[in-house]
Write a protein that binds this ligand. Structure first.
Ligand code: GUN
Length: 309
């Protein structure tokens, strides 16, 4: 950093103004996509087939339809095969279990993704437990969650893996730091806390070994907890929930939220005010989101490679 900028930064830090580094996921997703496309091309050359992701969409939820379409487009860009199975909103649990069994038995399908949320009449856990663990590219099956918790993951859950990639590729060291995760969902909060606290990571010892606090809707005096965070992960599902007053000056803030407001999409972090306080921050949207799909396709390639053995 040039001397003048450094001096400005020191002065601005002292008076409480900070120019946060913007941790954009878009450029990074492109970079990882290029790496993955090469690996997929190698796989196709060696095996004569492309890794194949089967997506299951039940009902007409517009947001889910967009997510599934984006996954299909990403498969096309990176050379994977994608299949879409649509069931009507009134589909029964038995029908969906039947489809999952069919995909489990199909050797041409390497990864299975059942888009959530599912309609009310279907118990999500019943369905997710039925996906074959070796095709569970979301890492939702209890066997895969268990392996992750024991520190020997088969697959990494996609959104948490996206967060780790952001930290790793921006050279943000979390070892020994206090990470506060706000949110305890099965998809993001719990697994990201597990990964940050782990002894080891495939990305190296600097993106794990954190001291981790999980905070949630029943946490007393939440701002007092979040203000202790060196690394703050927001995964609450409430628009602009994390305000500047909840963030320690100089903290790194990762916003996992994607919320729909009448004026457009926003994250769980009040970006405009928090960026004045943080040393680095993901924009929401455009932060972790773009990486999630790439990580899903990474897992699909891994699932396909597993079948080589
Ligand atoms: N709905 C919202 N996020 C996800 C996800 O990561 N996986 C699946 N299967 N459904 C989702």
């Amino acid at each position: 950093m040039p001397v003048l900028r450094l001096r400005f930064r020191l002065v601005s830090d002292t008076i409480g103004l900070m120019t946060a580094t913007i941790l954009s996921g878009k450029a990074m997703a492109k970079e990882i996509e290029a790496e993955l496309a090469e690996q997929v091309a190698d796989f196709v050359q060696n095996n004569g087939v492309a890794p194949c992701l089967a997506a299951v969409l039940v009902g007409e939820d517009p947001a889910s339809a967009v997510y599934v379409k984006n996954k299909r487009l990403a498969c096309e860009r990176m050379g994977l095969e994608s299949r879409l199975h649509k069931l009507p909103v009134e589909a029964t649990e038995e029908e969906l279990l039947g489809l999952v069994a069919q995909l489990n038995a199909d050797d041409g399908v390497h990864g299975i993704l059942v888009q959530l949320p599912l309609p009310r009449q279907i118990r999500s856990a019943k369905i997710l437990d039925a996906v074959h663990p070796l095709k569970d590219v979301d890492c939702f099956h209890p066997e895969n969650v268990g392996l992750l918790t024991q520190g020997r993951p088969r697959f990494l859950p996609c959104t948490p893996h996206g967060c780790l990639q952001i930290l790793h590729r921006h050279k943000i060291d979390v070892a020994g730091k206090h990470a506060v995760v706000v949110g305890r969902s099965e998809i993001v909060g719990k697994p990201i806390a597990t990964l940050l606290a782990a002894k080891d990571s495939h990305l190296g010892p600097k993106v794990c070994n954190a001291t981790v606090t999980i905070a949630h809707s029943r946490t007393s005096d939440l701002p007092a907890i979040t203000r202790q965070a060196d690394i703050l992960i927001a995964a609450i599902g409430q628009p602009k929930f994390i305000t500047a007053a909840m963030v320690k000056p100089g903290a790194v803030v990762i916003d996992v939220g994607i919320n729909r407001l009448p004026e457009g999409l926003c994250g769980d972090v009040d970006y405009e005010t928090v960026k004045e306080n943080a040393s680095a921050i993901t924009p929401g949207p455009g932060g972790v989101g773009p990486l999630t799909i790439v990580m899903l396709l990474h897992n699909t390639l891994q699932a396909a490679r597993g079948l080589e053995n």
